[in-house]
Write a protein that binds this ligand. Structure first.
Ligand SMILES: *Cc1c(COP(=O)(O)O)cnc(C)c1O
Length: 307
């Protein structure tokens, strides 16, 4: 495979998060990826694979970080990208997509309508890039664990945010590749987007009626089948935080580490900031700072004031 589209990110010890939870916490700084989140790892690999197979256009229906990663990958590979988004997608997000050269089509009032149109656009030379339910994505995301292990740090717990579960599948795959399938993954979600928590409580794949969290990047009503299967096969600890705590964690992280992330990432940060009990059984904690490019400081402050 050609040179990857993602960068190798730093692994940083965090004195402040370590003090907050009383464990040794290392940050995997996926917020530093060029399009702003870890998603370029898996989506970059998927796009490179489709390009090699002769696809001539990438189509996405994500107005969030997945769409941004597809747009960035298309720009890197000189392949046109079409992103269909609903009217609810902010003009800021649309501008970011266009900045990477994507054609943005605004259609429908919900993601379902935008996605339905995107599906009708697909011809034989087009590749549709799913935001989380694709083994190519999981293989790409797994590379972040390879990088961590290469540094000599072996975590005894990993904390990560969960939306549709692609990141979770990738982290689990990466750990398994290094014989660390026994290392628990703490799966953080916000209340109102806690689709993995629902499936684990139900003991079967299950869908939320609606997404009511501000952490839109975690807003999958149902996790992918592989994520649920993993929760039945390997240690996964579900942890749900309030939106307000995710936002506060983002603001605190910005002060302490000078990096702005979305509330989706704030869910994982909040789990560690308040993690004295949750993390008590562990010594060396890997925290995936998954990032996210779709929210501004003003938005975080607005949520902080109103939640
Ligand atoms: C997509 C995303 C997530 C969730 O990833 P899934 O693979 O959908 O579970 C978390 N944080 C950010 C910033 C994201 O963009």
């Amino acid at each position: 495979m050609a040179h990857p589209l993602h960068i190798a990110t730093p692994l940083l010890p965090s004195a402040t998060l370590s003090t907050a939870c009383g464990r040794q916490v290392q940050l995997k700084m996926e917020a530093l990826q060029p399009p702003g989140s870890f998603k370029i790892r898996g989506i970059g690999l998927a796009c490179q694979t489709h390009a090699q197979a002769g696809k001539r256009r990438f189509v996405s229906s994500s107005g969030g970080n997945a769409g941004l990663a597809v747009a960035y990958a298309g720009q890197c590979l000189h392949i046109p990208v079409t992103v269909v988004v609903p009217q609810t997608t902010s003009s800021h997000a649309q501008a970011l997509l266009k900045q990477y050269g994507a054609d943005v089509i605004v259609h429908g009032s919900t993601w379902n309508e935008a996605n339905a149109l995107a599906q009708t656009l697909l011809g034989p030379q087009d590749a549709f890039i799913h935001p989380f339910d694709d083994p190519l994505l999981w293989a790409g995301h797994a590379s972040m664990v390879d990088e961590v292990i290469t540094t000599g740090f072996t975590p005894d717990a990993v904390v990560t945010a969960v939306g549709g579960g692609g990141l979770l599948c990738g982290v689990a795959q990466g750990l398994a590749q290094h014989d660390l399938g026994h290392v628990p993954i703490i799966a953080a979600e916000t209340a109102g987007a806690a689709s993995l928590a629902l499936a684990m409580q139900t003991g079967a794949p299950a869908a939320l009626d609606a997404i009511t969290s501000i952490a839109t990047s975690l807003g999958a009503k149902q996790v992918c089948a592989r994520a649920f299967a993993l929760s039945q096969q390997r240690p996964i600890i579900s942890h749900v935080v309030k939106d307000a705590d995710a936002v506060s964690a983002c603001l605190r992280f910005l002060d302490e580490h000078r990096i702005l992330v979305e509330p989706a990432c704030g869910a994982a940060l909040a789990a560690v900031y308040a993690g004295a009990d949750l993390l008590a059984p562990f010594k060396q904690v890997l925290l995936i700072v998954c990032g996210g490019a779709t929210c501004s400081l003003a938005q975080l402050q607005g949520w902080h004031a109103t939640l």
